[in-house]
Design a binder for this molecule. Structure first.
Ligand SMILES: CC(C)(COP(=O)(O)OP(=O)(O)OC[C@H]1O[C@@H](n2cnc3c(N)ncnc32)[C@H](O)[C@@H]1OP(=O)(O)O)[C@@H](O)C(=O)NCCC(=O)NCCS
Length: 168
């Protein structure tokens, strides 16, 4: 059990952009996005993104959105927890906060993509599914040969349903 203060979770603002960019860059194997991409997430997608702040430091981040072609879904793009804040349940807390947001009400399914070789991510989303009594299914979404020209491992889509917000 950690004796650190639990980080405060909130919507990001554009001013969080630089700290979010640094955090993502420090959280391999996440793709390091452009600063501009993160600014758009922090502003246009703020209702479905979360920063976790402890004192003056951004130690956690989730980016997500409702795909226009699948509004019944909430797609989680990236989850990043600073090394100093791992193992405290922060990743799980941010996912729980995300699906409780007004902007996620009515979504029935959480989707994300994960490479085979990311056990921490599979554990994070598997624990989320168990906590909410939901089932997790997986299928190939973006494959090494067809979508990454051999330069990136296949991304498996994990689908978790039903979401707690689907019951309200
Ligand atoms: C994945 C990540 C977000 C987990 O953050 P975290 O705050 O440490 O996770 P939590 O403490 O909420 O743990 C959630 C579950 O995952 C498990 N877990 C966490 N890290 C793990 C690891 N390295 N290996 C195996 N299981 C792990 C926990 O035991 C917990 O499971 P439980 O509830 O069954 O005990 C963090 O390790 C990270 O930022 N990694 C680098 C970026 C990344 O891979 N992001 C995910 C892809 S989008």
């Amino acid at each position: 059990m950690s004796d650190k203060t639990p980080p405060v979770l909130r919507r990001p603002t554009a001013e969080d952009g630089p700290a979010v960019t640094s955090l993502i860059a420090a959280c391999a194997p996440l793709d390091p996005n452009s600063a501009y991409c993160n600014l758009l997430q922090c502003s246009d997608f703020a209702d479905t993104c979360i920063v976790a702040q402890r004192d003056d430091e951004i130690v956690g981040w989730i980016s997500a959105y409702r795909p226009p072609s699948h509004p019944e879904r909430i797609f989680v793009w990236q989850v990043a927890v600073a090394a100093s804040a791992r193992g405290e349940g922060l990743g799980g807390r941010m996912l729980d906060e995300l699906v409780a947001r007004p902007a996620v009400q009515g979504a029935t399914t959480l989707t994300t993509t994960i490479t085979e070789a990311n056990p921490a991510s599979w554990a994070l989303f598997g624990a989320f599914a168990r906590r909410h009594g939901a089932s997790l299914s997986k299928s190939e979404r973006f494959t090494r040969a067809a979508h990454f020209a051999g330069a990136h491992d296949t991304e498996w889509q994990a689908s978790i349903a039903p979401l707690p917000s689907a019951h309200t």
